[in-house]
Design a protein around this ligand. Structure first.
Ligand SMILES: NC(=O)c1ccc[n+]([C@@H]2O[C@H](COP(=O)([O-])OP(=O)(O)OC[C@H]3O[C@@H](n4cnc5c(N)ncnc54)[C@H](OP(=O)(O)O)[C@@H]3O)[C@@H](O)[C@H]2O)c1
Length: 220
């Protein structure tokens, strides 16, 4: 991984991945809302930020939120609010899609490259045994579908490009701070190492898949 683009470097996981790769001497371009004004929910903002960038061996989309504004994850169906749900989709599903829209220009035509989107195991429909968290779960499931489709399309022009959705594990960050309870969580630096191990071991046949921080497939 020589040339890397991190979307969401200001986040805990995005920042840790960027720091780890810089430490290894990689050429890392980091973009974020707070530092660069990049709003992944706005197609024009994404296009302007990505203009002329690339090619990259790795593109990581590490943006996202569990709580947007005052709206946290729903405990029950009666908590569903259309505006809050739309905001979840805008950030967690449409955001990665608007970056993927530029994937063909961001990745090299020849040679191995990886486009990874951080989704979440709670976006797995098959793994959902608890209910709740309707908007976040559904937005992450939608992102998984978008990544899967993008991998098929990209594979036609970029034969060695690998496009995946990744679950980073439960990680200590602003996103999880209020929701961890007694649930164990790893520091961002450890999550970054785990994710980079998985990314490093991905093969062409893995493109379109959904993997966790151990490199194991997560059911859809
Ligand atoms: N932490 C976990 O345990 C966990 C578990 C499963 C999945 N994930 C996923 O992993 C990803 C990263 O999580 P994290 O824990 O690192 O979260 P985090 O520390 O809260 O970082 C979130 C990042 O998203 C960015 N962001 C939010 N809204 C944005 C927008 N409209 N446009 C552009 N950037 C925006 C933030 O940018 P600014 O701060 O610059 O505004 C920040 O860089 C998320 O997709 C999350 O769902 C995390």
């Amino acid at each position: 991984m020589e040339r890397v683009l991190i979307i969401g470097e200001s986040g805990a996981i995005g920042g840790a991945v960027a720091a780890h790769l810089r430490g290894q001497g990689c050429e890392v371009t980091g973009l974020s809302r707070s530092a660069d004004g990049l709003d992944v929910t706005d197609g024009a903002s994404v296009a302007a930020a990505l203009e002329g960038l690339g090619p990259f061996d790795l593109v990581l989309v590490a943006t996202g939120a569990l709580e947007i504004g005052e709206a946290g994850p729903e405990k029950a169906l009666r908590d569903i609010d259309g505006t809050a749900m739309a905001a979840q989709f805008a950030l967690n599903a449409i955001g990665p899609a608007l970056v993927l829209r530029h994937a063909a220009d961001l990745l090299p035509r020849e040679g191995r490259s990886v486009f990874a989107v951080l989704t979440a195991r709670v976006g797995s429909i098959g793994d959902n045994r608890l209910g709740g968290w309707y908007s976040y779960r559904a937005a992450k499931a939608a992102a998984n579908q978008i990544v899967h489709g993008a991998a098929i399309e990209l594979g036609r022009s970029h034969k060695q490009a690998i496009c995946v959705a990744l679950h980073p594990g439960t990680v200590q960050s602003d996103l999880t701070a209020k929701y961890l309870g007694r649930h164990p969580a790893v520091p961002p630096a450890e999550a970054a190492e785990n994710l980079l191990n998985v990314i490093g071991n991905l093969r062409s046949v893995d493109s379109g898949g959904f993997f966790d921080w151990r490199g194991e497939r997560v059911e859809w």
